[in-house]
Structures are given as structure tokens and as C-alpha cells.
Design a binder for this molecule. Structure first.
Ligand SMILES: [Zn+2]
Length: 344
């Protein structure tokens, strides 16, 4: 079969690899019908060294189950499934608490060890706990939005939950990538009254406004902090969704959170220690977040997609086939595309 392989920064190739197959009795084999490139895939695309091994990329997919191991009970051959970016058993203490990304038997797709989903097929461990069978058909027009349940919509929702967004809140979203844009959807969905987006790309700003952003802040650093405080009545916002992962983004987040407010961080942190410890302390700011347990959120978000109340699939502004994936990485890295969908 054919799959996406990353060798080092800037070097992504489509190659023939051994066919994915059922290995353990709890596995499913999924033929991928839709996948996509994630903002987090751009970190290795920018930074991966040649001696870091070879990585089979991709952690977001929808597909059709082609085979299951003998111990798979609920997932059936022929099911159309969403594959969350992490696999999980669905039965350990953390899965029961809705934190499947901490599953004691779980792991993440598209790492050095486990082949990813930017491929014709993918092996899914712990299929019953991991996969979510969809009540729709493969050719449904809702497919782009359903694909976002594998990561970005669930991750934006997690940021909003960790930032304790409530009805009537003033909310700021840092980052205008697909996760930040889904964070705007999530904040609106949870009843935010004012939603400020910190971003500066015109196409992304237009989409953010369509999703419910009320104000756009294009400034950076101290100027951004001043602007947000001015727009939010002087004290900052109740909830900040930090969807970038840089130290500067966290500095801004702490600067714009009002006393007693909360920051939900979902951008993988590329810094060793959380900055601004003293202001965060004196303002009683809660900082939470981490990898989103998107598997836990599908039940809650799916009806809104099926009934058309939210359209997170609009973050895909480019569609390609597998051969176009290297160009898709380049386009996302150059900020020419928000998010690239791969259709098979
Ligand atoms: Zn578990």
C-alpha cells in the first residue's frame, strides 16, 4: 500500500510500504477514505533531524473497517468509523473518567513507533475502545466536518472546556489555525457572549467571523494584551483558549486573563516552564489542558454536526489525493492553506 513517510524536516514522501494488517486480536484494519494534515505535523516538518528515525505520518482519519481481530466485539467489518488521534481501551480508570489520552494501554498514531493514517489503510489497536462507528454513509456531504472529530474540533472543544467557558463569558482564542478556529466554534457553542480571536491571516479571520468571533486582534505581545483588555472592559477575559504552544502565546494568555479566569492550553508546548508565574498566581488564574480526549467528545459534538448547527469542516480549504500530500505540507507550512484534506 502507499503511505506518507517523513525522513527529516522538509522531506515528506509518498512511498510503497508493507500492507497494514490485523496483528493483535483486538486490532481493526481500516481502509482510509479521508485523512488530513495537522498543524502538529508541521513541527517535525520544521524541526525533525535526519537521525530521529523515519515517521509514518497522520493521526486523523475516517475510513471503512475491512477486517477485525477475533476479540473485537462492537466494531464490525463494513462500519464507517472515525479514528481519534489516540487509541485507547475504553475500559481503564482514565477511559472511564473520559480522559482517553491517558489510557494506560493507549498511544498516539503517527509516531515513530506506530504507523499513521496519511495512508491507504491503517492498523487500529484496541478497536472497540478507539473507533467510533458513524451513523452516516461514506459519500455524505458532512464528511469533512465528521473528519474534524478525529482531532481539531474535539481539541478546540477541549480548550474551551479547560478554559471553563460558560454562558455569557468573554473569551479569547489565541491562534488562527484549524484548532483555534474550532475553538471559536466551541466557545460559541458553549454560550460565550464575546469571542476575540488573536490572529492575522485574512482568510482565517473571515472564517473565524463566520464561526462566531466578535472581535479580531491582529497585534502581538504587549500591544495585543492592551487591545484585548480595552475590548473586554479593562480587566481581560474570563477564558483563554491557547491553541499555539509557544512561550509567547502563553505569556499573552496570562496577560489577557482576568482575575479568577482560566486558560485552556491545547497547543503542544515548545517551552520548558510556564512563564509569568507571579502574575498568574496573584490573579488566581487556572491553567489547564493537554492532549484532548477527543474520543470522549464525539457523542456530544456529533449531533450538532449531523443537524448542521456547527460546520467545522469549513477549516479544510484544500483537498488533495495521496500524491498531493507533500505539496499539502508545504502549503500549510507556508500558511497558504489552513488545513488540507486527503480524499481517497
Ligand atoms: Zn483506557
Amino acid at each position: 500500500m502507499r503511505a506518507t513517510v517523513m525522513y527529516q524536516a522538509g522531506d515528506v514522501r509518498i512511498e510503497n510500504v508493507p500492507d497494514a494488517s490485523v496483528v493483535d486480536p483486538t486490532d481493526a484494519l481500516v481502509r482510509v477514505t479521508r485523512a488530513c494534515i495537522c498543524g502538529s505535523d508541521l513541527w517535525p516538518y520544521k524541526e525533525m533531524a535526519p537521525d530521529q528515525g523515519v515517521r509514518r505520518m497522520g493521526h486523523e482519519a475516517i475510513g471503512v473497517v475491512e477486517a477485525v481481530g477475533r476479540d473485537v466485539r462492537t466494531i464490525k467489518v463494513g462500519d464507517l468509523v472515525v479514528m481519534p488521534f489516540a487509541w485507547s481501551d475504553g475500559s481503564c480508570a482514565f477511559c472511564h473518567e473520559g480522559l482517553q489520552t491517558s489510557c494506560i494501554h493507549g498511544g498516539f498514531f503517527g509516531t515513530i513507533e506506530i504507523p499513521g493514517a496519511q495512508a491507504e489503510a491503517v492498523r487500529v489497536p484496541l478497536a472497540d475502545g478507539t473507533l467510533f462507528a458513524l451513523p452516516t454513509r461514506e459519500d455524505d456531504a458532512l464528511m469533512p466536518s465528521l473528519l474534524t472529530l478525529s482531532d481539531v474540533m474535539g481539541t478546540g472543544h477541549h480548550a474551551a472546556r479547560m478554559a471553563a467557558v460558560r454562558r455569557g463569558h468573554k473569551v479569547a482564542v489565541i491562534g488562527d489555525g484549524a484548532v483555534g478556529l474550532c475553538g471559536v466554534i466551541a466557545a460559541k457553542r458553549l454560550g460565550a457572549e464575546q469571542i476575540l480571536l488573536l490572529g492575522r491571516h485574512p482568510d482565517r479571520i473571515a472564517l473565524a467571523r463566520a464561526f462566531g468571533a466578535t472581535d479580531i486582534v491582529t497585534e502581538r505581545g504587549e500591544a495585543a494584551v492592551d487591545r484585548v483588555r480595552g475590548l473586554s472592559g479593562g480587566f481581560g477575559v474570563h477564558s483563554v483558549l491557547e491553541c499555539v504552544g509557544s512561550e509567547q502565546a502563553m505569556l499573552s494568555a496570562i496577560g489577557i486573563t482576568r482575575p479568577g479566569g482560566a486558560i485552556g492550553r491545547v497547543g503542544v508546548p515548545h517551552y520548558a516552564a510556564i512563564p509569568s508565574s507571579l502574575p498568574a498566581f496573584y490573579n488566581n488564574i487556572t491553567i489547564g489542558g493537554g492532549p484532548a480526549p477527543v474520543r470522549a467528545y464525539i457523542d456530544e459534538l456529533l449531533p450538532d454536526i449531523l443537524e448542521g448547527r456547527i460546520e467545522p469542516g469549513r477549516v479544510f480549504d484544500r483537498v488533495t489525493n495521496l500524491d498531493g500530500v507533500p505539496e499539502g505540507y508545504r502549503a500549510m507550512n507556508e500558511r497558504e492553506a489552513i488545513k488540507v484534506m486527503i480524499a481517497f
